[in-house]
Design a protein around this ligand. Structure first.
Ligand SMILES: Nc1ncnc2c1ncn2[C@@H]1O[C@H](COP(=O)(O)OP(=O)(O)OP(=O)(O)O)[C@@H](O)[C@H]1O
Length: 297
């Protein structure tokens, strides 16, 4: 796994409104990087700068340490926010056409398109005009269009929005295969529950500023409070009087509590065991939604 894309200290304004401020993060091969932020946070603007559709006012985007050129960007695949397929062209024709624009021969483009459409469960719709497809299927066609030339970097703006759960699994499977084959994948989303499950690395943006970035497990460790959950055989009310414990939630036999400075989780466990059976005990790790709320404040 290598860091391939580096966004470094990028600023961008529209008129006198600065929408990106000192944006820096990296994207690594073999991994899915989720780019998360609320509406208007700056995800699409950042992606457009990576793709060269927009210029940065300041800062750089580099690929394997080199400034981006047209040739390098040709090896990227982009699914823009404004979906751009022609309604009156068949899915097959369209994806083949886009493959040819990326330098594939007609035969190769057709071969790859058919495989890809099958994999995206669109094989039977290959000859349908895009406008006849459901929105979810149009989206899958758009994903096929971004993937047909086997890009080294995939940049996908909200690829999962509007997909039903089975379609999400299907698209995710396809992206994972690409990552496993060595591509780097950056996708934006405002659906935290999805991102939490789907991505390996996370970049959180709010108001044009990167608030947190890193691998998912590392971020969760970093934001884990000294908070624990316990489930005992009897009533857990004794925890109220336990030194160093401050109860967050008490519900009969289960409790969630924070530990003060110097208090030991194992000491609490010993106290619990001295009172009877302990069925569960362990740290409470924050969800991505909780980390997100914390870092965007
Ligand atoms: N061409 C433009 N002209 C003026 N303002 C723009 C332009 N493009 C984006 N903006 C503004 O820049 C800010 C960031 O927008 P951007 O589309 O990057 O956010 P986003 O995180 O992708 O949000 P969303 O999830 O809603 O697409 C917003 O306030 C938006 O209104």
């Amino acid at each position: 796994m290598n860091t391939v894309l580096t966004v470094d200290a990028v600023d961008r304004s529209f008129g006198d409104r600065q929408v990106l401020k000192d944006v820096s993060f990296t994207v690594t091969t073999g991994r899915l990087t989720g780019f998360v932020g609320a509406n208007g946070a700056g995800k699409t603007t950042t992606m457009r700068i990576i793709l060269g559709v927009l210029a940065a006012d300041r800062g750089t985007v580099t690929w394997q340490g080199e400034p981006l050129t047209r040739e390098i960007r040709h090896r990227f695949g982009y699914m823009p926010e404004e979906r751009g397929l022609y309604p009156k062209m068949s899915v097959l024709e369209q994806v083949v056409y886009l493959g040819r624009l990326h330098g594939l021969s007609a035969a190769e483009a057709r071969k790859r398109t058919l495989v890809l459409l099958d994999r995206l469960e669109l094989g039977e719709r290959a000859d349908d005009h895009v406008q006849k497809l459901s929105l979810g299927n149009q989206q899958r066609a758009q994903i096929a269009a971004a993937l047909v030339h086997d890009p080294e970097l995939l940049v996908l703006d909200e690829p999962f929005s509007g997909l039903d759960p089975l379609a999400v699994e299907n698209v995710l499977g396809v992206l994972r295969e690409r990552a496993a084959a060595g591509a780097a994948v950056l996708f934006s989303s405002h659906q935290l529950d999805l991102v939490e499950r789907l991505c390996d690395d996370l970049v959180i943006i709010a108001d044009g500023t990167i608030r947190a970035a890193g691998d998912r497990a590392g971020l969760r460790d970093q934001y884990t409070l000294p908070r624990f959950r316990i489930e005992v055989g009897g009533d857990a009310g004794w925890l109220r009087d336990e030194p160093g414990v401050s109860l967050v939630d008490l519900d009969g036999r289960t409790a969630v509590f924070d530990l003060g400075d110097g208090a030991e989780d194992q000491q609490v466990l010993r106290s619990a065991l001295a009172r009877g059976p302990v069925h569960a005990f362990g740290p409470v790790r924050p969800s991505l939604a909780e980390i997100f709320r914390e870092v965007i404040q």
